[in-house]
Design a protein around this ligand. Structure first.
Ligand code: HEM
Length: 483
């Protein structure tokens, strides 16, 4: 290529870059927000923020600057939306795609459903949606019941001593999700230490550290850090495990293709991908996406369900009374579980009070209008699901845990309660996660009375990849009937 063409190309790119930056600057200047350092913006403030202070800082910024404010991360403009109407418009705007920040998850989940976009995302979504149809979910209950029994056994063995519940729930839910989606018995609940459990935990932590450090945005910089070197080791453990599982299922499926129709096993998520001819890499990306998006979220949600029940014995006893309505095998029947209104109210209130995914982000790809404001391309819009669920104009006494609010006929303001997001990217596993939570909650409450280890200690919430308790959740599982 002649030098003059190259220079002209560079000049055009530079002009375009400057033009986009000017547009963002104009928009940023029209929005309220904290004072920003030239060049760095508010990157220093965000980079130093401890996860437990994220809520405090964002609540304070909202109080100071109103419902829509901005932060600068170097040249990147972040706009925070807080109204239900802006949220509705942003989640349904077809010109927006997932925030660029989420692309930093790609070492673990490649171009899986959680971060892909456009026609590729649509094809993936169409392929995977049938695996979550309610009639297919019914089939999962017996396998889930087996994993729930193992969890009960492990809890029984704690002898009524307080334990931190996260690892117990994580192992159980990982086994459930891998079994249901890949037809593989990972059985991490049966071993003391599972390398894949630690690898998933640590990878999530390392990826989150990168996401909240604006200095590590560039791949070039990140791949020269200690974080990346450690992440690579953890990812190798995960990829090796997943490849082995996919290979095994591929062989089973080939053998089944030769068998008469009635002997074939029911199709699972992994089969749908293998039969659609996806490459090994594509399948691994999707499978890791499901584990990543499903296990941490449902573990956190279950942890908060148990915390809320232990914190409020009256709620726990009312739920226990409702469970007595269940028919003998009701705890494993999706239809029977769906009849339990109070159980449903407890779970809805948990997902409101402890919004597991506190916020999500979208990127403008071209000029668009949201909430009457014109946005140029290249802006990140953050939707504050936690803020909406704790807004007193939508929920009276929003910081009180009151399942009864879900038993009233009045529905919340549309888009004020969206724990699973909304619009085309609404969580694909939402019904499945409700089934998991219902089944586990019922089994645990039937068997144990839950007590907090330190009932008077306040819960300090941290916004990490998902919402967490900074100091863990410590509960005593006292067998019912024991004195
Ligand atoms: C309590 C449990 C869960 C919560 C609170 C939750 C929450 C969410 C939220 C808020 C989103 C949307 C993010 C966005 O709009 O940017 C999402 C997407 C997603 N979730 Fe969940 N989730 C849960 C469980 C699960 C489970 C069990 C699975 C799978 C087994 C799963 C798989 C996914 C996937 C693949 C997406 C991406 C969907 C897409 O973009 O098309 N989630 N989830």
């Amino acid at each position: 290529m002649p030098l003059s063409t190259l220079l002209l190309g560079l000049f055009v790119c530079l002009c375009l870059g400057l033009w986009h930056l000017r547009q963002r600057l104009q928009l940023g200047c029209s929005l309220p927000g904290p004072w920003a350092l030239p060049g760095l913006g508010n990157a220093q403030m965000i980079g130093k923020l401890k996860p437990e202070f994220i809520f405090l800082v964002f609540t304070e910024l909202r109080e100071r600057f109103g419902a829509t404010y901005r932060l600068w991360l170097g040249p990147q403009l972040w706009v925070f939306l807080h109204s239900a109407e802006e949220t509705r418009q942003a989640l349904h705007d077809p010109t927006l795609r997932k925030a660029d920040t989420f692309q930093q998850l790609s070492p673990l989940i490649g171009n899986g459903l959680l971060i892909s976009h456009g026609s590729e995302w649509l094809a993936q979504r169409r392929l995977l949606t049938p695996a979550f149809q309610p009639q297919l979910l019914r089939r999962f209950a017996p396998a889930l019941s087996k994993h729930a029994e193992r969890l009960l056994y492990r809890l029984q063995r704690t002898g009524g001593n307080a334990i931190e519940v996260t690892d117990y729930l994580f192992a159980c839910l990982l086994d459930c999700i891998v079994d249901n989606s890949m037809g593989f018995a990972l059985d991490t609940q049966l071993v003391e230490h599972s390398p894949i459990v630690s690898a998933f935990h640590r990878s999530s932590e390392l990826l989150f550290k990168r996401m909240i450090n604006p200095l590590l945005t560039s791949d070039f910089v990140f791949k020269r850090t200690r974080l990346w070197r450690e992440l690579r080791v953890q990812l190798q453990v995960i990829h090796l495990h997943m490849d082995r599982i996919i290979e095994q299922r591929e062989k089973q499926l080939e053998a089944e293709q030769q068998q008469p129709e009635q002997e074939k096993r029911p199709r699972i998520l992994l089969d749908a991908m293998l039969l659609a001819g996806l490459s090994r890499q594509q399948i691994r990306d999707e499978v890791n996406t499901f584990v990543f998006a499903g296990v941490d979220t449902t573990t956190a949600a279950m942890g908060f369900v148990l915390y809320a029940l232990a914190k409020q014995p009256s709620v726990q006893e009312r739920l226990y009374t409702e469970l007595s309505q269940l028919p003998p095998d009701g705890a494993t029947s999706l239809d029977a579980l769906n009849e339990l209104d109070y159980l449903d109210a407890v779970l809805q209130e948990t997902l409101r009070m402890y919004t597991i995914v506190p916020s999500t982000g979208r990127q403008t790809t071209r000029a668009t209008t949201i909430g009457g404001r014109r946005y140029c391309a290249g802006v990140t819009l953050w939707i504050n699901m936690y803020g909406l669920a704790h807004d007193a104009s939508h929920f009276t006494e929003p910081y009180e845990f009151r399942p009864e609010r879900w038993l009233q006929a009045q529905q919340p303001t549309p888009f004020s309660y969206i724990p699973y997001s909304a619009g085309p990217h609404v969580c694909i596993g939402r019904r499945y996660s409700m089934l998991l939570m219902k089944l586990l909650t019922v089994r645990i409450v039937e068997h144990f009375r839950l007590e907090l280890k330190r009932p008077l200690e306040p819960l300090v919430l941290q916004a990490q990849m998902v919402l967490r308790s900074r100091d863990g959740i410590h509960i005593r599982f006292v067998p019912r009937g024991a004195v």
